[in-house]
Ligand binder design. Structure first.
Ligand SMILES: N[C@@H](CCC(=O)N[C@@H](CS)C(=O)NCC(=O)O)C(=O)O
Length: 218
């Protein structure tokens, strides 16, 4: 075992970017799932959660919270943060864009009657802003990766979004040829594909998951 432990609820949420980066890096990690409020309260009482929130990544003797800090730590540790200062800036711009694009992640937490409207709204945002921007970035790449000549956290974060989008709007990347190739390449990455087909990968959030998150955390 690598000694890495991720504590979160039983779903993708804010934990998923870190999971995907660890999967892409080919490292093992342990998962601890909060399934009742007492476990969450205990973590808070033990002083492990700086802002009283999860995810929590325990690694190298550190208790790291805040999903972006987790992403940065893992990207740096596993050489996925970009090789030069300029590349690191580009990786971070894309990570932040991907986070903003993560518009499909919270849909299950909205009332049922508003979900179809949200999906339609998000489709427009995807088509008007994010998908063309990703396509343009890849058009300027010789490697097929977003930054430099190897896989970075930027690729992983965009991939995470595309997977989520595919759950709600299958086939939307088809009009973006470079992005489509990228998506297929990432799906075919042996380490990522092993993770995605493993029981560590959670399904699209459903009502049961939403109810559990609310029960455990709020
Ligand atoms: N900015 C934080 C947000 C984390 C967050 O909102 N976590 C939720 C679970 S998804 C939580 O712990 N909520 C409990 C609370 O806020 O009291 C991050 O990116 O990690």
């Amino acid at each position: 075992m690598s000694g890495i432990k991720l504590t979160y609820v039983k779903g993708r949420g804010f934990g998923e970017s870190g999971r995907l980066i660890m999967a892409a890096a080919g490292v093992e990690w342990e998962e601890a799932h909060l399934t009742d409020k007492a476990q969450f309260e205990k973590l808070k009482q033990d002083g492990l959660l700086m802002f009283g929130q999860v995810p929590l990544l325990q690694i190298d003797g550190l208790n790291i919270v805040q999903s972006r800090a987790i992403i940065q730590y893992l990207a740096n540790k596993f050489d996925m943060a970009g090789k030069t200062a300029a590349d690191k800036a580009k990786v971070n711009m894309i990570i932040e864009g991907a986070k903003d694009f993560g518009i499909f992640h919270g849909i299950a937490f909205h009332p049922k009657e508003s979900q179809a409207g949200l999906i339609a709204e998000n489709k427009k945002k995807a088509e008007n802003r994010y998908l063309p921007a990703f396509e343009k970035l890849l058009s300027g790449s010789n490697s097929g990766y977003f930054v430099g000549d190897s896989l970075t956290a930027a690729d992983v974060l965009v991939f995470e979004d595309l997977l989520f989008m595919e759950d709600y709007l299958p086939g939307l990347t088809a009009s973006y040829p470079k992005l489509q190739v990228f998506f297929e390449k990432m799906k075919g990455n042996p380490k990522l594909s092993a993770y995605l087909s493993s029981d560590k990968r959670f399904p699209i959030p459903d009502d049961k998951y939403v109810a559990e998150v609310i029960k455990v955390l709020y």
